[in-house]
Design a binder for this molecule. Structure first.
Ligand code: PAP
Length: 331
């Protein structure tokens, strides 16, 4: 059986001559999947760097834009679903049918990634479909300082979701095992090798701590435009957190909505159980040819305990303590 292609963001065939020259001046590293380079303190596979550069040069923000940000495997899909569901409430009366967008598209189809999708292959992607719905909603895994380059003076809102590093690592491990199955790199990496890359910080969109801290500090400096959320808080007190998100986005729940169970309806619609049961999430694929189903697994806090040995746990705890010391952020 022939091997599947790697997902496009991991390759290096979209590079412009200008980017090739830039890359030759950057720190680079060959990992088990492909070549990474360090741009503005963050590690990218080459094609993704091209997406970042296309975005930085050409993106024109609108003040009403919403950008959902995260380190991979921190709750991106969930945050996208919740945001779409919150915004959809105000459009409900305009819709001619009762069909909810989350029933016909995966959250990643509804909220495209800037660098991994829209600007990956094009410096001027067609955003007209998104423009027809105000606000436009985008997503990213870039750190805040890189995202902010074209956002200068814009009033757009950024929501970041953060997750416990150990669960992120384990979730990423499962995701890679699924998405890289039957590709040329299958079998060339282990949980241990991923753990080492993760801890060294030389990791796709890493270092994890730099990504998290960029948004944490941004949220402290400008809380009106940057909201910092955690996967664990969403699990522990979903009602409080979704109300917080709705207020930040400027679409708070009315007393009447709350009284009639509006908050719970959205939580149920966006629950892992419900999203997993939808046909689109069982069979569809993203624009990068990744199965929609691979974004849904256990969705638990603490699944790392089933995978990491005590030495790994200790090493990560030490890294977290050292890197987040003095930041005020607690895991
Ligand atoms: P991405 O960054 O590649 O988009 P992301 O959605 O952040 O991935 O992470 C997937 C994780 O979120 C999975 O966690 P797990 O591997 O520990 O199980 C997935 O199960 C979880 N997830 C996806 N959707 C939901 C949801 N609706 N509620 C709770 N967790 C979810």
């Amino acid at each position: 059986m022939s091997k599947k292609e790697l997902p496009p963001p991991l390759g290096e065939n979209y590079l412009s001559e200008e980017s090739k020259t830039l890359i030759s001046s950057l720190l680079s590293y060959q990992d088990f999947v492909g070549k990474l380079c360090n741009y503005q303190g963050c590690w990218y596979f080459y094609n993704t760097l091209q997406g970042v550069i296309n975005f930085q040069k050409n993106f024109k923000p609108q003040d009403t834009d919403i950008i959902l940000a995260s380190f991979p495997k921190s709750g991106t899909t969930w945050l996208k679903a919740l945001t779409i569901a919150l915004l959809e409430r105000s459009k409900k009366n305009d819709r001619s049918c009762d069909h909810h967008p989350l029933e016909s598209d995966n959250p990643h189809g509804l909220v495209p990634f800037l660098e991994l999708s829209l600007y990956l292959q094009s410096s001027t992607p067609d955003l007209t479909n998104l423009s027809s719905s105000s606000p436009r909603v985008f997503s990213t895994h870039m750190p805040l300082h890189t995202l902010q380059v074209p956002l200068k003076d814009s009033l757009c809102k950024v929501v970041y979701v953060c997750r416990n590093l150990k669960d992120v690592l384990v979730s990423n491990w499962h995701f890679k095992c699924t998405t890289l199955k039957n590709t040329k790199v299958e079998g060339s990496f282990t949980l241990e090798s991923m753990f080492d890359s993760f801890c060294s910080g030389v990791d796709f969109f890493g270092p994890f701590w730099e990504n998290v801290l960029s948004y944490w500090r941004g949220s402290l400096e400008d809380p009106e435009h940057v909201l910092f959320m955690t996967y664990e808080d969403l699990k522990a007190e979903p009602r409080g957190q979704i109300k917080r998100l709705a207020e930040f986005l400027g679409c708070p729940f009315s007393e009447q909505e709350e009284g009639s169970g509006g908050v719970d309806k959205i939580l149920e619609l966006c629950s892992l159980r419900n999203l997993t049961s939808l046909e689109i999430n069982k069979s569809g694929k993203t624009s990068n040819k990744v199965c929609n189903s691979s974004f849904f697994r256990k969705g638990e806090v603490g699944d790392w305990k089933n995978h990491l040995i005590p030495e790994m746990e200790n090493k990560i705890d030490n890294i977290v303590e050292e890197k987040f010391k003095g930041s005020g952020l607690k895991f």
